[in-house]
Structure formats: C-alpha cells, structure tokens
Design a protein around this ligand. Structure first.
Ligand code: IMP
Length: 179
C-alpha cells in the first residue's frame, strides 16, 4: 500500500475566519428573505454547520447526497444522487453548499436538477474552488478559498473516507523514496 504525507494548507483559524466572512456576505445579500441552504453530503458537514450558525438571517436547511468519486483521487465522471432534498423548493431562494468544486460536474448536475423544480433562484457557495481539472463551467457565487491544484483532506474532506474529522485542511502527497 502506498504511503501518504500531509502538509498543512489552511489552519482551523483561517477556515473559521473565512467562514464567518462568507456567512456575513450571505446574510447581507439575503436580508429580508428566508433561503433554503442545501448541503451536499458528506464532505460539507463541518463547513455547513459552521456557515449556518454564523448567519444572521432565518433559513431552512436540507441535504443532498451525491457520489461522484469511488476509492481514490480521480473523478469517475458519473454522479449518483443517493439522497434527495425533502423540502419543497418551488418559489424559494436556494443556496447549494459544497465543500470543494473540482471538475464542476457534481455542482452543475445538481444545479440543473434543482432548477427544474421551479425555485426563485439558485446560487452556489463552496469552501474551496480547485481549478486544475475544471471540465464544465459552473458559476460560483460564494467561495471561501481558491487553490490551483492538489488533493486536500480534513474539515470534512476525505481520501477513502479517512481524514474527514481533522479540524484543519491539509494537502495529501504520496510519499517519495526519500520520505
Ligand atoms: P467535481 O464533480 O469533480 O467538482 O467533484 C466534487 C467532489 O469531488 C467533492 O464534493 C469532493 O467529494 C470530491 N473532491 C474533489 N477534489 C477533492 C479533494 O481535493 N479532496 C477531497 N475530495 C475532493
């Protein structure tokens, strides 16, 4: 089995500060409304929990579960919705909340799917926008951090279901012969 090392990319303090800023921005933009925030499980759990608790407006929340990755770090290109939204979103303002956008396939498919249900608006909020492998154009309305490349773990993000529980975010690297 290959070995991996992890290097700190974003500390818990950096993350919490940026999440509070995003929550403030969303609260200002949606003042006077009650948007539905839809988190994409599982990776979003900590980001979602921190984001919604820093909002100063009333909201409703729900979750979708999409599986686009099997074991490993590369996209399979197919997305399966294994849990759907339970709240009726017709006529409502929706904000999709995701941990990371990579190829863009997951978010564009979910956005198209939700738009067909007649919401008033659909926007996207991601913690991390990773640009290296974008395959489809997807408009990100709220973004925590941009990174160019690398596979990252922690704060909900996993590699083969490991590392999700870490409070900071790390870049995962395969160990070389000198490590
Ligand atoms: P996309 O459809 O390629 O944009 O993939 C989005 C999903 O891929 C995310 O919700 C993650 O589950 C997973 N993903 C993409 N890049 C990473 C990464 O660097 N670390 C952990 N998961 C990732």
């Amino acid at each position: 089995m290959k070995g991996y090392t992890k290097e700190l990319l974003l500390s818990r303090e950096d993350i919490q500060k940026r999440v509070r800023e995003l929550a403030l921005e969303i609260s200002r933009d949606y003042q006077g409304t009650e948007p539905i925030l839809i988190g994409i499980l599982n990776g979003v759990i900590f980001f979602f929990a921190d984001l919604v608790r820093n909002l100063t407006i009333p909201i409703k929340l729900d979750f979708i579960r999409a599986a686009s990755y099997g074991a490993g770090t590369t996209s399979s290109g197919t997305i399966r919705l294994s849990k759907d939204v339970e709240i009726d979103i017709r006529g409502e303002h929706v904000i999709i909340v995701e941990d990371i956008v990579d190829t863009g396939l997951t978010l564009s498919k979910i956005k198209d799917n939700l738009e067909k249900r007649g919401p008033e608006s659909v926007k996207i909020c991601v913690l991390i926008d990773k640009r290296e492998r974008r395959e489809t154009q997807v408009n990100i309305d709220y973004c925590g951090f941009h990174i160019e490349e690398g596979f990252i773990v922690g704060y909900g993000l996993d590699f083969n279901e490991q590392y999700r529980h870490l409070a900071d975010i790390f870049v995962l690297r395969e160990k070389g012969p000198s490590d």
